[in-house]
Design a protein around this ligand. Structure first.
Ligand code: SAH
Ligand code: SF4
Length: 398
């Protein structure tokens, strides 16, 4: 294996230049911030809690984007909202639908950057794969996203906005008081497995997920949200405490030597340190297992010995091992393991008592599979010079 990478890229993170509008976007504000903003705009303190609830339900339960449709609010109060606030979500630039039903949305966020959001329908669920950053600071050598620089973190509004735009597209805003059961929803699960490392954008991810879980809004159970991390150890406990979601870990190797090369953050927090943090993850049980993601790379991490080592390493952790056949991309330094190899590997894990599903690549025809989310940002990157100019950075730096 020849590929080696630094832990982080030599990045230039462009500061965000948000449109300097005077109006506040409601989408993405935590409840207390929304209430404070309503008060600052002239809502009497005594009414603040009630108004917060009303606006919240219109925005997150009914999916309404215009204040004049908020019919249980007096006309002059709607006018006050109109003067002070907006309800904005990112714009869908294009949508591709795969022959297997997977939908990939190219989404434009403030500043003109683009990220991708992928909807994956399955028999018993519909999963939305959400991005948390434009690009990624980390440099996992098998990941297409990892070859592009971090442009910026998404805001909470842009993260929860991806859920809202998918609901728009799926026509899934329920009547008030008639929320369908989780199993019956088209969009029933969230995975933070799109572009970016969610634990390096913790606050925005947390605020967005709190909004998604709120019972008077999108109302997804914390057990239907899975955050995937490459192993940002100090933030793992926070994910349990402050979000309460399930955890997936991009494990991918069974020795530090190999993991250093595949997931370079391993040089900072190695396998032993990572496993200790995982063992401490609260509420671990058979129904709340940690998902170990394991990308199958021919001749690199796919031997029987690797499978046996993996089982030994995770001993005692309620876990499921998700085997991901490597999705190739142009110029990638690896190949996908053969089907026989993947099945032999899965078998060893299964016999040791762990579920070892092999992830079927979805949406391959539209480049929507894991680790292929790049094309959009690649285009965004071409206009870095323009972005830098806008942000007031000398273009020679870009
Ligand atoms: N940054 C987070 C979440 C996004 S990646 C993380 O690394 O966990 C989602 C999953 O896809 C991760 O397990 C990642 O390692 C995997 N992945 C990335 N590139 C891939 C590729 N080309 N083929 C298969 N899986 C890939
Ligand atoms: Fe970033 Fe995850 Fe890709 Fe690694 S696998 S480069 S952490 S998006």
């Amino acid at each position: 294996m020849s590929a080696t990478s630094p832990i982080t890229q030599d990045v230039l993170t462009l500061p965000r230049k948000l449109p300097q509008g005077t109006k506040t976007n409601i989408v993405g504000l935590p409840r207390n911030a929304l209430r404070a903003a309503l008060v600052a705009a002239g809502t009497p303190e005594k009414q603040a809690k009630m108004r917060e609830n009303q606006v919240w339900q219109w925005v997150y339960h009914k999916g309404v984007r215009q204040f004049d449709l908020m019919t249980n609010l007096a006309k002059d109060y709607r006018a006050l909202l109109e003067q002070n606030f907006t309800i904005e979500i990112p714009e869908v630039v294009s949508k591709h639908v795969s022959s297997d039903g997977t939908r990939k949305y190219l989404v434009r966020i403030a500043g003109g950057h683009e990220v991708e959001t992928v909807y994956i329908p399955e028999e018993d669920r519909g999963t939305l794969c959400v991005s948390s950053q434009v690009g990624c600071t980390l440099t996992c050598s098998f990941c297409h996203t990892g070859t592009q620089k971090l442009v910026r973190n998404l805001t909470a509004g842009e993260i929860v906005g991806q859920i809202m735009l998918a609901r728009d597209d799926l026509g899934e805003w329920p009547e008030l008081g008639r929320a369908p059961k989780d199993e019956a929803r088209l969009l029933s699960n969230i995975v933070l497995m799109g572009m970016g490392e969610p634990l390096y954008n913790f606050d925005a991810v947390r605020d967005a997920m709190k909004i998604a879980m709120d019972g008077e809004g999108i109302s997804l159970s914390r057990r239907r949200i899975t955050l995937s991390t490459s192993g940002v150890v100090p933030e793992i406990a926070r994910a349990a405490d402050e979000i309460g979601c399930l955890l997936a870990v991009s494990f991918h190797a069974t020795t530090d030597e190999v993991r250093d090369k595949l997931v370079p953050i391993n040089k900072k927090w190695n396998i032993e340190t990572l496993l200790a943090a995982l063992r401490d993850y609260p509420r671990l049980s058979n129904s709340e297992r940690i998902t170990f993601e394991y990308v199958m790379l021919k001749g690199v991490n796919d031997s029987d010995e690797d499978a046996r080592r993996l089982v030994k390493l995770i001993e005692g952790i309620p876990a499921k091992i998700n085997l991901i056949p490597f999705n190739e991309w142009p110029g990638a330094p690896y190949e996908r393991s053969s089907n026989n190899r993947i099945h032999a590997f899965a078998d060893i894990i299964y016999k040791a008592g762990y579920a070892s599903p092999i992830r079927t690549p979805r949406g391959e025809d539209i480049m929507a599979a894991c680790g292929q989310l790049k094309s959009a940002t690649e285009r965004a990157r071409k206009s870095r010079a323009a972005v830098a100019r806008e942000a007031g950075i000398p273009t020679s730096q870009t």
